[in-house]
Design a protein around this ligand. Sequence first.
Ligand code: PLP
Length: 367
Amino acid sequence: MDITTLIRPEIITMDSYAPIAPFDVLSSRLGRDPAAIIKLDANENPYGPSPRALAALAALQYAHIYPDPESTALRAALARDLDLPAQNILCSAGADELIDLTLRLFLRPGDGVIDCPPTFGMYSFDTAIHAGTLLSIPRRDDFSVDVPAIESSITNHQLPIPKILFLASPNNPDGSLLPDSALRRLLALPLVVVLDEAYIEFSGAPGRASWVLEHDNLIVLRTFSKRGGLAGLRVGYGVFPSALMPHLWKIKQPYNVSVAASTAAIASLEDADYMADVVRKLVAERNRMTDLLSEFPFLRVYPSRSNFILCRVVGRDAKQLKLDLEGRGILVRYFNKPGLTDCIRISAGKPEHTDALVSALHRLRSE
Ligand SMILES: Cc1ncc(COP(=O)(O)O)c(C=O)c1O
């Protein structure tokens, strides 16, 4: 028999996620030493973990014992950091896991999920895995969320009536923030609003984790991948309304946060000054890069409140530009999908990374 006929049909037809290649794979593909690669394609934090986190990892004692399923120590540290009750916090293997877990909690096959592209690809990807129906409500040309269109998707009794709305603020890939007024209007709808704040620390805005205590349909997601420089260890967290917590505990994989990940995350929170300093440096570099890139006539630079910048390439082939930079060891993300035609996204790096990028662009301009 053909064993694949037993696979769920929605898995057979869904697109696969195109992950970013890690350093070792890149290194052999590009024939360059990892140290000679400037990786500005995945919004990682080039400063890496805090020295305290590295020391705690080096001294790790209990890697042979399963981790605490409740991440009690990390949740207590986060509760202090956020000034919110630990009871409302759930830790995870990255924010990605909580996108999946939230869908697992609410979605039955066919249920509607609102996605506002262009945005982070995991919302539509996980909806497909859970056999949900994706209702795409595109952002406007300036990447603002079309709140009236979301409202009418509900009031028009369109079927299926959407259950969940995913929004990133700052949004990936453009870096725009969702205004408070828009969020308030959306929270008034009979929907679960998942606000993904993976990049909030770079925005200078306060974030809305505390709003969860006042809105029983709001979930806020955060991560240590960006400000904490722990993307490779996979650790994130969410703030959830109290009523959801018992059900989330039931369905979560028991050992989802590894001993190493929680140790590093706790040590990072104890080194808050280091994380704040790194965030300051990356924000300064984002701003400097915005100014420098704006001088190139073939780049239209969008304002960003995150640790990356989206540029539309005009009068040149964006894909070729990405490949030309790659040939010089500089990796950026290229997009060619609706709303993002001819776009590249460049993560903020260290000052020397910006300098190398800008001089490569000058050379390409004169070639
Ligand atoms: C908007 C957004 N949310 C979540 C994530 C994933 O975070 P994590 O590494 O914690 O899974 C990313 C990663 O790029 C992202 O862009």
